[in-house]
Design a protein around this ligand. Sequence first.
Ligand SMILES: *Cc1c(COP(=O)(O)O)cnc(C)c1O
Length: 361
Amino acid sequence: MYDRIYNFSAGPAVMPESVLEELRDEMLNYRGTGMSVMEMSHRSKAFQQIADEAEADLRTLMGIPENYKVLFIQGGATLQFAGIPMNLMKNGAADYIVTGAWSKKAFAEAKKYGDVQCVATSADRNFSYIPDCSDLPIRENADYVYICENETIHGTTFQQLPNTKGKILVADQSSMFLSKPCNVADYGLIYAGVQKNVGPAGMAIVIIREDLIRSDLDSHVPAYMRYDLQSDNGSMYNTPNCWDIYVCGKVFKLLLKNGGLEAMAQKNQEKAAILYDFLDSSKLFSGTVEKPYRSLMNVTFVSPSKEMDAEAVAYTKAAGLDNLKGHRSVGGLRASIYNAMPKAGVEALVDCLRKFEAEHA
Ligand SMILES: *Cc1c(COP(=O)(O)O)cnc(C)c1O
């Protein structure tokens, strides 16, 4: 009835239809309040309940230990590229693993705040793999080790977390957040911009071990950026992104109802296998990432030429499969198949690419 298509965008990205329908139904009058959540005071009882439930449901979903705080912070993942060094650098040093466009950006930003070193990178082969991180030259004084666990643009993912030699691990999980079970205790800090796998753009979720939250920060750190202020004020030091918290909360409830992260992981593996199996058997298309490091969320692939890539993008779009153009820095095609992409969407994509291949044999 709404003529929706299959949207393979890397972000903002597809959302569960049932959540969109609930939002529609509650738009003009949220549960008898006579107003929409957009119009509601963040200090109201109704909104406080929305925020409390969102946090509680996320804690259940991920099994977040009690000694971790959950923060909802505006500014997306990018603001945290600065927020992390501002808050976590005690010795003024951090070691970064650079595996693609997003960790590269985070690395460049962190350099503004201290002595930052790249301890491993896959730049030599255009970020098409994850380097061996079992024995890296982590410095004694490093305040943390940083990774982007799933590189959205290059389509790689860590199968195994790095050996941080006792230092805390900080992970950007933006494009894989809630796509599979996660042992939060392995990390000092996990963060994710929510517009990839959860909700609308404009907010990051930060999950941080309590003892890493400091109140003795440099006085130049903006109040908004301070994890201690955000935490002490329940992510409402100022007006939060109420709408985003509300929508994310609905997605958390849906994931819980659908069997949690184990069930998501199984579904995501099945979906990715359909696409990768096709790519591995295709005579026209091929994946750009070395097999062991392939992302289950962002599938990057190419045809024999740039011209044919563009043709394939136009062909899929005409078939109701949109946003398959690869990122401008990589080229080719990219299918982002987040939690909310149904299996039928991936099957439709493979059918379409197969047809394209037959016509171009
Ligand atoms: C999209 C993305 C970002 C940036 O998110 P913004 O909310 O636009 O700041 C950072 N890291 C990863 C891995 C991403 O996919």
